[in-house]
Every structure is written in C-alpha cells, then in structure tokens.
Design a protein around this ligand. Sequence first.
Ligand code: ADP
Ligand code: MG
Length: 324
Amino acid sequence: MIKIENLTKRFGAKYALNGISFEVSKGEIVGFLGPNGAGKSTTMNILTGYLSFTDGKVEVDGLDILEFPGQAKKSIGYLPEQPPLYPEMTVTEYLNFVYELKGCTLNKKKHIAEIIEVVKLTDVKNRVIGHLSKGYKQRVGIGQALVGNPKVIILDEPTVGLDPRQVVEIRNLIRTLGLDHTVILSTHILQEVQAVCDRVIIINKGRIAADRRTEDIAAAVEGNRRMSLKICGPVKEVIAALRALPGVFSAESIGNLDADSTSYVVECDSGIDIRKPLFHMLAKNGWPLIGAEASNANLEDVFLTLTEKSADTKKKKRGTKNDK
Ligand code: ADP
Ligand code: MG
C-alpha cells in the first residue's frame, strides 16, 4: 500500500531523514515510534504530499507521488500534528466544508452522517468546534481525515494533550479504523504502540532503528524484568536472599524511604516470574513486603535492547563466516 525507498530529507545542511526505507501492507496498523525530532512528522508530511523531499522514492497504492500527486493524495486521509480546524464552524459545517475541499463524490449526506457516527460526534455535531474539549476536537480532526473514505489514514501523534480517558477512547477509535483501513500513526509513547499497532517502526535521528512486529518489541522489552520492592527487614540479609532467588541476577537497595522499610530494585532473566518464590522467601524470613511494582520499560530501554541485539546478530553472522 505504501512503499518508501531510501527517503532523504535535508533542511539546509541538516538531515531530517537519512535514507529510510519501509513498506506498509494493506490493512496494517503501523506505529512510528521515536523521540522528539526523530523525523516522524517529516516522514508523514512527505507521504501526504505536504512536504517535498531531497532524494528517494515514495509510492502510495502503487503510484509514485511525484508522478501522480493528486491521485496519491486522494488515497490518504491525514491528521497533522496541528489539525486544521476552523473554530467558528460547527462540526457538521466543517465536515461539509472538507468534503467540498477534497472534491468528494460520495453521497454527501450519508457519508458525513457515517463519519459522525464512526468518530462518535453525534452529540456535538451542531456545536461550534471552538467550544469543544480537546478530545472532541481530536475526533473532529480524525473525522476530517476520513472524508472521502481514503484507503490509508495517517495520524500524527493523535493522543498528545488528551486526558487518560480520552486517550483510551481515541486508541479504541484507531483500532476500529484499522479494521477497514491501513493506518499509520506516530507516537513517542511505547505503550501506545503496544496498545494499538500490529507493527512498529522505530525512528531515531532520521534513520530506522528497528522495524518489528509489536509482539517482538514486547519480547525485547521484557527481556530483562525489573521490579521495585519495599521490604521491612535487615538490608544485607534481604539483598542476599533476593539474589538467591532463581532467575534473579541483580538486587540492590536504593535507600530507606521511611523508618522501617527499604526500597530495592531487582532484575531477573526473561520469562522468569519471581513473585511466588519472593512471597515464600519473605514469609519464611518474617519480612513484610509493603510495596511491589513492576517497572515499565521505556523508549530508551527499547532502543538499547534492539540496537544491542542487532549488533549481536551481526557479530554472530560475521563469526560464522569466519569459522568457515
Ligand atoms: P518528530 O516529528 O519525530 O518529532 P520532525 O520530523 O518534526 O520530528 O523533525 C525532524 C528533524 O527535522 C528535527 O531535527 C527538526 O528540527 C527538523 N525540522 C523539521 N521541520 C523543519 C523545518 N521546516 N526546517 C528546518 N528543520 C526542520
Ligand atoms: Mg512530530
């Protein structure tokens, strides 16, 4: 559905994109994951025809976007980082306006009514956009992207600035869209990719750092499990006992937060769940456990794990060649 080859974008002397290549198949939900300034918006702006590029090739639905810009654009609905909303228009007026702007040919009334239903704007369809909450405005932005029923929907950081409940609602909406569209979204939140996407392309400094199925990312992230514990007991003995648990390769105390308990960080091998042996060990010693928390991996952990892993495999490959 989308094919990008060796895409490069330079702003002056600075490379925003440094030769990225990937394909997205029909029906996939793909997440661009990367920190601020990685090149996510630049890639999306190029894909949607809003930005020119320095070098490379971009195809949408089999059409080169330089040769067939109009047709390629028709296949894509785009929610940019700053949605182009008109605050003085009502939701319905605005969607009608976008319909005209895109030169849509579908049955107007029916099509717009369907969009309003899909993005759950029925209650506010006659309200002025400027008066809506951020979450509703974001739905209007997504609704705008759906006008013309494009095959591909591209959403740039669709949940930024929303409250937690709105985030869940927008994620659910994106999954629904994924049932009959190809969806690309960008985010700097690892959990968002895990909640929504089939596949994740990690972008860093204008290059692709990894391109994996989401479940493989999860495996990489969970490679080393880390837990924070708060335990009442003699520190030296507690550390020794924690280290003696099967699968634990490190246990450190990180200080006393209150009078009678100490905080610890424990790391264990992948696939090991220490919770039950931990419980028995603490009970046997009479050391009360007053807090336990699994530490979530963050984007930095993922970068490190994935880049280390690919360095490892390269080394191994080279090793086998030398052996022969
Ligand atoms: P992201 O969306 O991942 O946060 P962007 O694609 O917006 O990152 O930006 C990628 C890089 O390109 C950044 O270093 C940014 O400063 C630079 N950049 C983006 N747009 C412009 C522009 N119009 N002029 C100059 N530099 C830009
Ligand atoms: Mg951006």
